[in-house]
Ligand binder design. Sequence first.
Ligand SMILES: Cc1cc2nc3c(=O)[nH]c(=O)nc-3n(C[C@H](O)[C@H](O)[C@H](O)COP(=O)(O)O)c2cc1C
Length: 248
Amino acid sequence: MLMKFETASSGHSEIAVPESGAPFNPVEDVIYRRRSVRLYKKKQVPEYLVRRVIEAGRFAPSTGNSQPWKFIVIQDQKMIKDMTDHIVKSCQSLVKMTDYFSKPGTGWRERIVNFARLFWQNEFHPNPLGAFTQIAEGKLGVWHGAPTVIIILIDQRAPSKPLIDVGVAGQNMVLSAHSMGLGTCWVGFVEFLSRSYKWRKRLNIKSPYRIANSIAIGYPKGTPDGYVKRETKAIDWYDENGQFSIKY
Ligand SMILES: Cc1cc2nc3c(=O)[nH]c(=O)nc-3n(C[C@H](O)[C@H](O)[C@H](O)COP(=O)(O)O)c2cc1C
């Protein structure tokens, strides 16, 4: 039985504030060492660990404590395969659609995509588009062979910006999973299931809920390669003396 935290008592008085230059604490270690895992062992994640990960999501902060989420855990391998097949087919259709009028060298695909971007700036961003093509061609997995998938639903009645709330909950889950030796990868392509009546029915997703995102979870196989570069963006800083500076 999972221990549930029904009241969050603040433990601030017990936490020492680090001196400048002190080494990272265990929470910071988890934040900096987490990577998206795209290769998993077949071994299933036991229920108690999945529940522990979800508990970390349940305790996330949210606008006005609205908690606008709901989780679906899928450990049925046939179902994960069926969902994957649906997403691969959707990507293939999308790639075909944008290629429809294209002749090599005419740049039509780019023109169609650029036009679509006027209306769906984020969806038709070059990054996901590149990944659509890779998924369509079988070069990129969907849930990367993870034995467990958690779909995060969003309650569309929630106040303000519930997508931020579910993102915060999901990141709590991803970090807690990493802290327990599990690997995770956010998988936004689950969105394709949201557009399918058949899948909404099969997953019993009803209004006011809709799919927000998903997380693949399992035991990592090997170590994720390479270093994922982070940009250092300028920070506008107004200090306590009223001085403005740009810091990095
Ligand atoms: C909301 C969200 C959706 C994502 N969707 C996918 C996805 O569909 N497939 C995938 O392989 N990675 C996905 N990622 C992982 C990102 O590609 C990854 O976080 C980024 O490249 C940084 O790498 P890192 O997580 O290893 O630090 C997603 C990440 C986020 C936050």
